[in-house]
Design a protein around this ligand. Structure first.
Ligand code: PLP
Length: 401
């Protein structure tokens, strides 16, 4: 079928004229066009770095230089010989494929607002998954249809997804998380391609939104973002919050066709990426910073193996039910009968936080995650303390379970 974006996007968004900023036409000279305070920031002191940020000026709404650097990085990763996913020749990412937002959370919401009619259309989720998708669905008054992951492998079930899309034309978006949260499992490329090809066969008018927040903890070249020019229904989200270690700057990236990207850019608040955020992100995408990011990822991956190895030896710990493709693990806690137990997991979670100042996440109420705690991999010192405190607390709780 020929992809027709006008059948997916809500009519009010299709006709949206982007907000024109004062700076769209002229950027140089005596700038008295945007009602800024030309006297400068109202701060008692300004460091040299703060001065350079031009904090009294509105940020650039387009961020082309930053987008180009992000594309260069992702294209180059996909060209590496060991890359699992290659960028199709002539379809490399360009700045026109990108929309930047206040973390991925903004992108999650934007896609719903762009394409799903409140009170009428639906979004498909594949639990267990990231909690913000359903929050955004509720806020936007759109119904959720669930097609769970295979609970043994935490992989998607393409046949069930496609069957549901065939039966229910009101579904406009499918959210898939790869690697998953809380599952830490990278979704197999073959399964994602099966869905994308199936969608084309069905002539389904919607988007498959692949959330790759944790992709840089997976093998190099695992990202599907380089395929958005090939598969027009594919939208990929990434974030600076995880591997880049920059959750505080709030920067997320949406990769999609230039057509969708221009609509998402027209919809967004024009100044959503602050001067501080873009200046840090520009540094984070320099070659030397990218090297540092990759080196840190290597350490986290190594620490992940060590933590897993140690934790799985403890009495009362069951399986690592998740994968090993993220900066966290998902482990089962057992009672004395050897059964995964939410009461045990909840008590360990609570005692760790209140008595030992070690905070992990209880995930036992998520589908297929009974008795589970999700543990982020910390520094070697943090991990050592975690393991020490965890063993003591678990012993206490396990013995009386
Ligand atoms: C799967 C997933 N997507 C998106 C996000 C949000 O990322 P951001 O910090 O960019 O809003 C998270 C945060 O934990 C996440 O786990």
């Amino acid at each position: 079928m020929t992809f027709d974006i006008s059948k997916i996007i809500r009519p009010n968004i299709l006709t949206l004229e982007p907000y024109r900023c004062a700076r769209d036409d002229f950027q140089e000279g005596i700038l008295l066009d945007a009602n800024e305070n030309t006297y400068g920031p109202g701060l008692d002191r300004l460091s040299t770095t703060e001065k350079a940020l031009n904090l009294n000026r509105y940020p650039d709404p387009h961020q082309i230089e930053l987008k180009k650097k992000i594309c260069a990085y992702r294209n180059s990763q996909a060209l590496k010989p060991e890359s699992l996913i290659k960028v199709p020749s002539g379809q490399e990412l360009t700045a026109d494929n990108l929309c930047l937002g206040v973390g991925s959370d903004e992108s999650i919401d934007a896609l719903i607002r762009a394409s799903v009619k409140p009170g009428a259309e639906k979004v498909m989720l594949c639990p267990p998954t990231y909690g913000m998708y359903s929050i955004c669905c509720v806020v936007n008054d759109v119904e959720i249809v669930q097609v769970p992951l295979n609970l043994d492998t935490f992989q998607i079930q393409p046949d069930k997804i496609l069957e549901q899309l065939r039966r229910d034309p009101a579904i406009k978006l499918v959210y898939i998380t790869s690697p998953g949260n809380p599952t830490a499992t990278l979704i197999k490329q073959d399964l994602l391609l099966e869905v994308l090809r199936g969608i084309e066969r069905l002539s389904w008018n919607g988007f498959l939104l692949l959330d790759e927040a944790y992709i840089d903890f997976s093998p190099i070249g695992s990202s599907m973002c380089v395929l958005v020019n090939k598969y027009k229904n594919l939208v990929v989200m990434q974030t600076f919050s995880k591997a880049f270690g920059l959750a505080g700057i709030r920067l997320g990236i949406t990769y999609s066709t230039p057509e969708l990207s221009s609509l998402l850019n027209a919809m967004k608040y024009p100044y959503n990426v602050s001067n501080i955020t873009s200046s840090i992100a520009l540094r984070a995408t320099n070659l030397s910073s990218l090297k540092k990011m990759r080196a840190t990822v290597d350490v986290i991956v190594e620490q992940r193996s060590l933590v897993l190895e140690q934790i799985l030896k403890l009495k009362g710990v069951g399986r690592n039910i998740g994968g090993t493709n993220s900066n966290f693990i998902l482990i089962e806690l057992l009672n004395r009968q050897g059964v995964a137990d939410n009461a045990v997991a909840r008590e360990v979670y609570s005692k760790l936080a209140t008595e030992r100042q070690v905070v992990v996440r209880f995930r036992g109420n998520e589908l297929g995650c009974k008795g589970c705690l999700r543990i982020t991999i910390g520094t070697p010192e943090e991990n050592r303390k975690l393991l020490e405190q965890f063993e003591q607390v678990l012993n206490e709780v396990y013995e009386k379970s």
